[in-house]
Design a protein around this ligand. Structure first.
Ligand code: NAD
Ligand code: MG
Length: 383
């Protein structure tokens, strides 16, 4: 029996993790979870179980919920997230938070010797060096939930490690067939309409700008210790091949499957075992044909920025991620247009001054620099 804590249980990945856990009650048990405020999303779990440690964002919500659900213990805020991440009963912490907010709880969980199942890619992008050092020092496992990285981990597990390149596949997101000039008039609703996956708002927008793939390139660099010139991105519209690995002998191993995040979530929890899952088998005949295209870096400038930031190995990836988080939040709040996201974030990336990144404080400062740059830009201040 594996005891599991879920950070971000009310989100897309969090709810799918609860679903996976509920289908294997003999293997997994949820001992704690966090929501920002949407407790109703997990009310079914709270009614079914007792003794959970639950973190919410605000102290007043924690107090109110303590009387509504006296069978559970409530904590709040960033300290509460860290307390939850270090839960004594937990074996594995699933980090399904969105954004850099996930970084501190991940590090705290690793220091508390928890194994990590990581969806929260922003943590590795902003502080990959520190996270991987902490993982090594504490001898815990870090399993990716992101479908591309889960695919690569699966391709690697049965093979030797003489790798030529990692090939990350990209669906291209909501606007893959639009030119840059056609992006002037797109709406928030159009941007949130991903062709293949149903996901949280931030990653859906990141997919449309391809910043998501940029973040994933950096994530792959840290997870698999692979130089950037051995990580490639190709467009694959069907999201059936989740990623591939080419070995020294030019053999390519791919992982295929229906685009359903419960598959990589379950693999991250059950590894090295594989468990059954109630999903239809992928019908390759119905899928009919799989296509692969090169990616146009001019059309998707944030992908280029992410490669450049990754290669610098300083605090630029953390700053770029912070700038992107602020720009996406502004777009979701209808404060800027879609096309402004990559224009502003590229401009921020070219303008900021970078330093070495050695500590969590360095990552926090770089994240703030990126966010401040975008906020200033939007408010018309000098940047
Ligand atoms: P989501 O927006 O659906 O859920 C985010 C979760 O984080 C929610 O539970 C929310 O309450 C919590 N949260 C957000 N801000 C918070 C804050 N300030 N304090 C405390 N909690 C906060 O996002 P998602 O789509 O589930 O994505 C989660 C992570 O997984 C992201 O890093 C994303 O890139 C990654 N990911 C998601 C998918 C997917 O299919 N959704 C696939 C691959 C990777
Ligand atoms: Mg992905």
């Amino acid at each position: 029996m594996k005891n599991i804590v879920i950070l971000g249980a009310s989100g897309s990945i969090g709810l799918q993790t609860l679903d996976v856990i509920s289908r294997h009650p003999d293997k997994f048990r949820c001992v704690g979870l966090s929501v920002k405020s949407r407790i109703e999303a997990v009310a079914h779990v709270l009614r079914l179980h007792s003794g959970l440690l639950i973190c919410v964002e605000k102290a007043e919500d924690a107090l109110r919920l303590s009387s509504e659900f006296p069978q559970h213990q409530f904590v709040w805020g960033e300290d509460g997230l860290i307390q939850l991440a270090c839960h004594v009963e937990a074996d594995t912490v699933v980090n399904a938070l969105v954004g850099f907010i996930g970084c501190k709880p991940t590090l705290a969980a690793i220091e508390a010797k928890k194994n990590i199942a990581l969806a929260n890619k922003e943590t590795l992008v902003s502080a990959g060096k520190i996270v991987m050092e902490t993982v090594r020092r504490n001898n815990v496992s870090l399993m990716p939930i992101d479908s591309e990285h889960s695919a690569i981990a699966q391709c690697l597990s049965a093979h030797d490690k003489n790798i030529r390149r990692l090939i990350l596949t990209a669906s291209g997101g909501s606007f893959r067939d639009k030119t840059r000039s056609e992006l002037d008039s797109v709406s928030l609703a159009d941007a949130l309409n991903h062709p293949n996956w149903s996901m949280g708002a931030k990653i859906t927008i990141d997919s449309a700008t391809m910043m998501n793939k940029g973040l994933e390139v950096i994530e792959a660099h840290w997870l698999f210790q692979m130089p950037y010139d051995q990580i490639e991105v190709i467009m694959h519209r069907q999201s059936i091949v989740h990623s591939m690995v080419e070995f020294e002998d030019r053999a390519i191993i791919a992982q295929l499957g229906t685009p359903d995040m419960r598959i990589p979530i379950q693999y991250a929890l059950s590894y090295p075992q594989r468990l059954p899952i109630e999903l239809e088998s992928l019908d390759l005949v119905k899928a009919h044909h799989l296509t692969f295209e090169s990616v146009d870096f001019k059309r998707f400038p944030l992908l280029r920025c992410a490669y450049l930031a990754g290669k610098r190995e300083d605090n630029s990836a953390a700053a770029l991620n912070g700038a992107n988080e602020a720009a996406v939040a502004a777009f979701l709040a209808n404060e800027i247009r879609f096309i402004d996201i990559d224009t502003f974030v590229s401009e921020a990336f070219d303008s900021m001054i970078y330093h070495e990144l050695n500590t969590l404080e360095d990552a926090i400062a770089a994240d703030k620099m990126g966010r401040d740059w975008i906020k200033n830009k939007i408010s018309g201040g000098n940047v």
